[in-house]
Design a protein around this ligand. Structure first.
Ligand code: NAD
Length: 259
């Protein structure tokens, strides 16, 4: 499915990271990968990456909020591969104060950092792909948590996910001429380091336990990874600007289900 594809994977911090599952599946499906790791998480990312089939791939340190790091990442990928066929954006961060509490009293600084890390960086990663994609194009996939409605927690990160969804549509508009597709996978709640830092994450888990028509396994990132690989592959060659929900059908239900 991904034979011959050269894919950049961001967001591996632990073996629980959704990006780790995508990296593993990409390799199993015949793709080649390079990881870009947040410098602060480089050691943890290297430890996790050693568990991948074939051992750790090349890992390039890159803070996706830094234009300098993104330029350096583009140069490093150009030297390493010469071209890039796809990229996974699996990066989000918000300081605790922006994830819970009183929305009206959150200082601007933490919100700006959340936006820069979780939404703006998607467009800059698209630039890395656009600079290196071959003539036949490429595929950018980002990881989303449904931003179409308000959650009982998540606060400004929810706002950032709505911004990510909008950014995805604008990128689809602008990069289509270069045959670059941009799509999001909106996953249900999965235990990862980032998710477990969300105040009252258990409220999201119980919403899924009561509302998903297909039983949702919060410990299994592989359904999300498989859908991501589909979007990275040529099977999805006419799909762009899309949000693919991999959430056990939760988003399509209007009310909790009788159990
Ligand atoms: N876990 C869930 O329930 C869930 C559900 C839907 C969507 N998502 C999304 O999946 C993506 C990956 O998160 P995860 O749940 O696998 O958690 P995770 O903690 O494993 O991954 C988050 C990653 O973001 C990276 N990161 C943070 N700031 C960065 C920066 N400035 N530059 C580069 N990298 C940076 C971290 O190093 C880490 O690898 C996020 O966008 C998250 O919102 C997660």
């Amino acid at each position: 499915v991904l034979e011959g594809k050269r894919i950049l994977i961001t967001g591996v911090a632990t073996t629980d990271s959704i990006a780790f599952a995508v990296a593993q599946r990409t390799l199993e499906l015949g793709g080649e990968i390079v990881l870009a790791a947040f410098p602060r998480d480089l050691e943890a990312a290297s430890t996790a990456a050693a568990q991948l089939p074939g051992g750790a791939p090349r890992i390039i340190p890159a803070d996706l909020t830094s234009e300098e790091d993104l330029d350096a990442l583009t140069d490093a990928l150009r030297d390493h591969w010469g071209r890039l066929d796809g990229a996974l954006h699996a990066v989000a961060f918000a300081p605790q104060v922006a994830l819970g509490g009183d929305l009206t009293r959150t200082p601007a600084g933490p919100v700006e950092l959340a936006f820069r890390t979780s939404a703006w960086s998607y467009a800059t990663l698209a630039r890395v792909l656009a600079d290196l994609a071959p003539e036949k194009g490429g595929s950018l996939v980002g990881l989303d948590f449904d931003g179409s409605a308000a959650w009982p927690t998540y606060n400004w990160m929810g706002v950032c996910k709505s911004a990510l969804e909008s950014t995805n549509r604008y990128l689809a508009r602008d990069l289509g001429a270069q045959r670059i597709r941009t799509n999001l996978v909106a996953a249900g709640p999965i235990h990862t380091r980032a998710a477990d830092a969300i105040p009252h994450f258990d409220r999201l888990l119980s919403a899924w336990a009561n509302g998903a028509p297909i039983a949702w396994d919060e410990h299994d990132a592989y359904p999300t990874a498989d859908a991501t690989c589909f979007l990275l592959s040529d099977f999805a060659r006419a799909i762009t600007g899309e949000i693919l929900h991999v959430d056990g059908g939760y988003h399509a239900m209007a009310a909790p289900l009788p159990r």
